[in-house]
Design a protein. Structure first.
Length: 162
């Protein structure tokens, strides 16, 4: 079984995927964001790269809070645009993934929980016996890893999950 966590973001280099297969953990960063993701997803589907796969995608559109209203009007407007773009790209990611794969869970940023430090991430990796293809991690990779673990946990449950 393959578990994939996706942390979509509209910003450049912010669209990160974590793939867990057996005990190996690897990451893909979509340099052009959603367009690279769409190509990767369709190619993976057509080539049958993931026959037994479960996805968990962070969908910020599930969170009702839109953004922080503090600051001058121009700052508030910019925050609102950024939140809206991330909510839209998150929903598009869920919708597109469901066109190609059956086991797709979505989770709000709040339900995903707090962000992990590198030390917390390493602790989880070591305790569970995972081996990453790289020694360092950034916040987007740690978030995507956490989402892949949620996919694994939810897949093991019975009954409707979404």
């Amino acid at each position: 079984m393959t578990y994939i966590g996706i942390d979509p973001a509209y910003r450049k280099n912010g669209f990160t995927i974590c793939i867990i297969k057996k005990n190996l953990v690897r990451y893909e960063t979509m340099k052009s964001g959603f367009l690279d993701f769409a190509k990767w997803l369709m190619q993976s589907s057509m080539e049958g790269l993931f026959s037994d796969v479960v996805f968990c995608i962070e969908n910020s559109a599930l969170q009702n809070t839109s953004f922080d209203m503090s600051g001058p009007p121009a700052v508030v407007a910019k925050k609102g645009r950024n939140v809206g773009m991330n909510q839209a790209i998150s929903q598009c990611t869920v919708d597109l993934t469901r066109q190609f794969f059956q086991d797709v869970y979505e989770i709000s940023p709040k339900d995903k929980g707090q962000k992990w430090t590198h030390e917390e991430y390493r602790g989880v990796m070591d305790q569970a016996g995972y081996v990453a293809t790289k020694k360092t991690s950034n916040q987007d990779e740690r978030d995507a890893f956490k989402l892949a673990l949620i996919a694994k946990k939810r897949h093991g449950m019975s009954g409707p999950l979404i």
